[in-house]
Design a protein around this ligand. Structure first.
Ligand SMILES: [Mg+2]
Length: 252
């Protein structure tokens, strides 16, 4: 049986993670290592400046007082565990499309898996229509079967986003763009100090028709391949022509 490691960024015990676990248990030996509290928007943070505590919650289920990336690191590198054959992160409450990806602890956990050499993918479901994650979990199981048999190219992950309504199918997509309102809510605490709530709501999209968000808005699940190498080839060529780099070109 393959070893499958699960995590998320919404925290241990959340319904998305539970649904994922139930769907993947027929495919392998499932271990859960998840944050002990909500760590959404933790991105790819790694805890290096304080100790981490890992607590056993049930058979093969652990919480960590750290980030989703900490959970994957412990789950893969921990000396007492066998290295997983597959990592799945989710099912996140809310989409991770467009620029959301750079904030997402769910997606970062999959990237950490890829960095550690394990085929990995992330799963997110749109909010709304209650908390029924069964359709997203079934799709995740299909993707898991495929990745377990065929693997993934090194340093890439898959990002699966599922609409809240039962998906009409699945599309292979590109990372799109979602525009948020920009908001800073300034308030006073009881002692007269100022505090802030930051972050707005999604308003519009500049995504093309082949984007992750367009697919989900049309009722399809979106499957996007993402890579760790963030180099932009077009800009690499452009900045190579900058005058300040003329000497480097001449000596190059
Ligand atoms: Mg989350």
């Amino acid at each position: 049986m393959p070893a499958i490691l699960l995590t998320n960024d919404d925290g241990y015990g959340t319904p998305g993670l539970r649904a994922l676990q139930v769907a993947l248990e027929p495919l392998g030996d499932v271990t859960v290592v998840a944050p002990d509290r909500e760590r959404s928007s933790a991105s790819h943070a790694l805890t290096l400046h304080r100790p981490l505590r890992m607590r056993k919650q049930a058979s093969r289920q652990f919480t960590v007082d750290g980030t989703p990336t900490d959970c994957i690191y412990l789950g893969v590198v921990h000396p007492h565990d066998r290295k997983p054959d597959l990592i799945v992160s989710g099912i996140n409450r809310g989409l991770n499309v467009g620029d959301d990806i750079t904030y997402s602890g769910t997606v970062a956990a999959a990237f950490e898996g890829a960095l550690l050499g394990v085929p990995s993918f992330a799963v997110s479901r749109d909010v709304g229509q209650g908390e029924d994650y069964s359709a997203a979990a079934e799709l995740a199981a299909e993707i898991a079967r495929q990745v377990l048999s065929g693997g993934l190219p090194r340093d890439t992950i898959l990002n699966l986003n599922v609409p809240a309504t039962p998906p009409r199918g699945i599309r292979v997509t590109r990372q799109g763009k979602r525009i948020y309102t920009q908001s800073v809510d300034e308030r006073r605490d009881p002692r007269g100090g100022t505090y802030y709530w930051i972050g707005g709501q999604p308003t519009s999209t500049t995504s093309g028709p082949d984007s992750d968000l367009a697919a989900v808005l049309e009722g399809f699940a979106a499957l996007t391949p993402l890579k760790l190498d963030l180099t932009d080839d077009r800009t690499l060529e452009l900045i190579s022509l900058w005058p300040l780099l003329a000497d480097a070109r001449a000596s190059g």
